[in-house]
Design a protein around this ligand. Structure first.
Ligand code: ZN
Length: 155
């Protein structure tokens, strides 16, 4: 099937009912299909929908951001933190490279800090309430760039 651009509104909640994100009040979210731009468990379901269709789509953690991995949680001496003002919830990149892991500070004690490089939604079962706004064929330029050129695309 040829690549499409799908635009949709969504409300994202955890299966436990906590609202995590939503697109209402902004442009709908647009993405190019077949480019792994959104989580596979969601894309698979959106492909079968038409403009105006509304659905609730449950995506298990393993088809979303994966399971939490204990090996991505590390304890370091507190003086290794970048600065003395760092507090729980802060995020920082673990190195100068663009693809260096992002750590979230999950705990700080007198002498140690616990850093967690798991995606914040790892291990979370997700529920998307979606409404398809528009679908269209992707342009050759979009296919070449690998992303949609409206909504949250770049340019
Ligand atoms: Zn582009």
């Amino acid at each position: 099937m040829a690549s499409q651009v799908i635009s949709f509104h969504y409300t994202l909640t955890s299966r436990a009912g906590e609202q995590l994100d939503f697109s209402r009040g902004q442009e709908p979210f647009s993405f190019l299909t077949e480019k792994k731009q959104i989580i596979p468990g969601l894309e698979k379901e959106l492909l079968g929908m038409k403009p105006g269709d509304k659905r609730q789509i449950a995506v298990a953690a393993k088809e979303a951001y994966g399971s939490r991995r204990d090996e991505l949680v590390v304890r370091v001496p507190r003086e290794k933190l970048p600065g003395s003002e760092v507090k729980v919830g802060d995020r920082f990149r673990g190195g100068p490279e663009d693809d260096a892991p992002v750590f979230r500070v999950s705990e700080i004690s007198e002498s140690e800090a616990t850093l967690d490089a798991n995606h914040p939604l790892a291990g979370v079962d997700l529920v998307f309430d979606v409404e398809i706004v528009a679908t269209r064929a992707a342009t050759p330029e979009e296919i070449q760039h690998g992303h949609a050129h409206d909504g949250h695309g770049h340019h």
